[in-house]
Design a binder for this molecule. Sequence first.
Ligand SMILES: [Zn+2]
Length: 255
Amino acid sequence: MTSENQTDLPSRRSALPKSPGRVAYGYRTTPDGKRIPAPGEAEVVRELITRVAARESLVGVVREFEARGLVGRSGKPISRVSAAAIVRNETYAGHRPEIAPALVDEETFGAAQKELDSKKRHGEGGDSGAKYLLTGIARCGECGRTLQHTTIASAGVVKDHYRCFVRGDHTIARSQAWLDNMVIDELMRMLPDAKPGQLLYDLARDPRPREVWARLPLSRRRAIILESLTVEILRVGRGKSGSAEGIRLTRRVAT
Ligand SMILES: [Zn+2]
């Protein structure tokens, strides 16, 4: 697993995708290559994140944008999935200053994350745009921020990872499939202790919980993890990013 060691990222950073043509919504590029807020887009990003932070439903904001005739770069109304991705993008909170400046402050951004998380917990599907099991759920053990998805190229192979994008320079990442499996294994170990009323209980009652798990919608699987476990990834020595010692799984439910 040494090829997956992502704790020494300065050298890997250059391997991250950096297509110059793909500037995130809300920004434009100056002639000298800097990203600055894009008039007309930055305001939309700010308004969206701020209104979600203020506990308006994502769907409600998206519908209202459409009613106002607001469109994204494709020329179509901004979809709920796109809107969720915008609210979840840490770049807008200034977590990737080397790439782009903040459009909202940390407090607003954090409140918006909480709002989407709570919608998920209550089954309102507020974050149906999440594509990965642990984005916005697993946290960095160094700074406490939630991890986001990224791809990292290693030895010519591009793989999905969860990564902390933080101000400054600590870089912590793990292979997405590897971390997902570790978390699922822990959930399966928790099944004998699941109690009625817990989301895990339905899985526990089935003789083939892994098959049931695999058939659940992603939003449900994410809700089960949110209720059952906290997932943190820690800084470990070189060559150990594939070892369990760098992962802290804490059971949230009484067992
Ligand atoms: Zn961090």
